[in-house]
Ligand binder design. Structure first.
Ligand SMILES: [Zn+2]
Ligand SMILES: [Zn+2]
Length: 174
C-alpha cells in the first residue's frame, strides 16, 4: 500500500532543495510515494506582525483548504519562523492524525549543508509521523522525540524507534 506525500514549498525559496528532500524522505518513509508539488504563497493571515512569526496552526488550516482530500498528504516547507500560542517558536506542526503538516527551516540553519539536510529530514519525518497518528516518544534517539531545541533534533535519529514503527504498522491496518 503506497500513499502520496506531496512536498510543497511555502513562500520564498529556502536554502533547501525539495527534490533532495524528496530523495532523502523516500529512503525513510517506505510506505509513501513522495512528490514535489506546486509551491504556494505563505498565507498572510497566518502572520503575526507583533511577533514577526507565522502561526503554524493557521497555516495548517489554509493547507487543508487548498489541498484536495484524497490527493495524498501534504508536507509544506517554509523558511519563515513558526509559532503556536504559548511557545516562542516551533520547528513544525501537523494534524495528528491528519493530512497536512508544515515545517520551517528558519531555526535549522547552519552553513553545513549536510547538517541542515539531516535536520530538515528529521523534522519532516517527525511531522509525517504525527500525520499518521503517532504521538511524541520518550526515547531521545527516536525521530518522534519532541524537539524543544536544536540539540534535541541533532541528538535524535532520522528514523522511528521499533516501538513507534510498530505503532505505525497498527495504525495502517486500522
Ligand atoms: Zn511533534
Ligand atoms: Zn519512538
Amino acid at each position: 500500500m503506497s500513499e502520496t506525500l506531496n512536498l510543497i514549498r511555502l513562500g520564498p525559496s529556502a536554502n533547501f532543495d525539495l527534490d533532495r528532500l524528496s530523495l532523502r524522505l523516500s529512503a525513510r518513509l517506505h510506505d509513501f510515494t513522495i512528490q514535489v508539488s506546486e509551491p504556494l504563497d505563505t498565507p498572510e493571515m497566518a502572520f503575526d506582525s507583533s511577533r514577526k512569526q507565522y502561526h503554524s496552526t493557521r497555516i495548517l488550516a489554509t493547507l487543508e483548504e487548498k489541498s484536495e482530500a484524497g490527493a495524498g498528504r501534504v508536507l509544506a516547507v517554509t523558511s519563515f519562523d513558526l509559532y503556536v500560542p504559548g511557545m516562542n517558536y516551533v520547528f513544525g506542526e501537523a494534524r495528528c492524525p491528519g493530512r497536512v503538516a508544515v515545517i520551517s527551516t528558519y531555526r535549522l540553519n547552519t552553513n553545513r549543508l549536510e547538517l541542515l539536510e539531516a535536520r530538515v529530514v528529521k523534522e519532516a519525518v517527525h511531522e509525517t509521523g504525527h500525520m499518521l497518528g503517532l504521538r511524541h516518544c520518550t526515547r531521545h534517539s527516536c525521530v518522534m522525540y519532541f524537539s524543544e531545541q536544536l540539540a534535541d533534533t541533532d541528538r535524535k535519529m532520522e528514523s522511528f524507534c521499533s516501538e513507534c514503527e510498530g505503532k505505525m504498522k497498527m495504525i495502517e491496518v486500522e
